[in-house]
Design a binder for this molecule. Structure first.
Ligand code: ADP
Ligand code: MG
Length: 331
């Protein structure tokens, strides 16, 4: 199959009114896409590149790479409280293997469809494996949530279970060392049962799009956690010119993380990264409304600390300062 046929077969899917995307006047197939955004919104745009060996290990299943390349971008839009609408994809690969592309597209579209995102264009080139996605979304004027709005006294919250993804990544690496392949049955057999949900969290991060949008009028500041909770909290606090006092005992460590890494669970939750959870600040006056919307979320949300006027990110455990170790080195 030549490249044009591959693109037409695996990436060109119905858009426009028929595909549920009335704003897409022209999708894949011409020199560029034509969009007619509905009036009354601000556009929100994000881009992220995934490179083999840097962002995912060699041999990662194509389906997971397809999912992840869109997921990390949807996560950025979620962190702005935006609604994702369209994406473009630049894909570099060593060879255009049809089975690989089909799996990649399956992973990407399974996630795109769940969020009503249309793929409207892209570029396909030969080169070391890398996928760049740009996603466009929208938000009602003024409702985008930035990193810079945290106020002293606001609660600091996080969705999901930070640390699970890095634990999954380490478990995958360990399984490969034991001789399993990264995909397929061989891996299934070599992974401990308790490690499987962690590996799932690493390979298929779930962007918190609905949660982010629900926070549009509740959160004062927000970001998504990609580089580790501690580092990312530092970025949010710096942007807001505030600090944070946090309680290690409040960290929502998953049962799987504690079972697989009893000694390192806290460290993984603080510095692991790849979580793609939302971290945000909420005035205490909004906590009842937060509880009301969060009751319908498929993911838990946990208050882990309080915004302070004094800059810096301070963790404590049982009243004593808890120093944060160095972040895990990627691959
Ligand atoms: P051009 O040479 O004019 O840039 P291409 O042959 O690169 O055209 O692309 C043809 C069409 O296929 C364009 O509409 C482009 O957006 C789309 N396309 C190419 N690669 C991809 C991809 N990986 N995913 C989605 N659309 C793609
Ligand atoms: Mg062209």
């Amino acid at each position: 199959m030549d490249e044009r046929t591959l693109i037409r077969t695996y990436f060109d899917r119905p858009t426009g009114a028929a595909g549920g995307h009335p704003e897409v006047l022209l999708g894949i197939g011409d020199d560029a896409a034509i969009l007619r955004p509905e009036p009354g919104y601000d556009l929100v745009v994000a881009i992220d590149t995934l490179v083999e060996g840097t962002h995912f290990p060699q041999g990662t299943p194509a389906r997971a790479i397809g999912h992840r390349s869109l997921a990390v971008n949807l996560s950025d839009l979620a962190a702005m409280a935006a609604e994702p609408r369209w994406a473009v994809l630049a894909l570099a690969m060593p060879e255009a293997g049809e089975a690989w592309i089909r799996e990649f597209a399956d992973g990407l579209f399974a996630l795109a469809d769940r969020h009503g995102v249309a793929l409207v264009g892209g570029d396909t080139v030969r080169g070391p494996l890398a996928a760049t996605v740009t996603v466009h979304g929208r938000v009602r004027p003024g409702l985008g949530v930035r990193r810079s709005g945290a106020q002293p006294g606001d609660g600091i919250w996080v969705t999901g279970h930070p640390g699970d993804a890095v634990a999954g990544r380490l478990q995958l690496a360990a399984a490969r060392e034991r001789g399993g392949h990264v995909s397929g049955q061989a891996l299934e057999q070599t992974l401990e049962r308790t490690a499987r949900p962690l590996v799932e969290r690493f390979l298929f991060p779930e962007p918190r799009v609905r949660e982010g949008r629900d926070l549009a009028s509740l959160a004062t500041a927000m970001l998504d956690v990609s580089d580790g909770l501690h580092d990312d909290l530092g970025k949010l606090m710096e942007a807001s010119d505030t600090g944070a006092d946090l309680d290690i005992a409040c960290l929502p460590l998953s049962a799987a993380l504690r079972a697989v890494y009893p000694a390192d669970a806290i460290q993984h939750a603080l510095t692991g990264g790849d979580d793609y959870e939302l971290c945000f600040t909420v005035p205490e006056a909004n906590e009842a409304r937060l509880a009301a919307v969060a009751a319908a979320w498929p993911v838990p949300v946990t208050r882990i600390g309080t915004v302070a006027a004094e800059t810096g990110v301070r963790w404590s455990l049982a009243g004593k300062p808890h120093p944060v170790g160095p972040a895990w080195q990627h691959f």
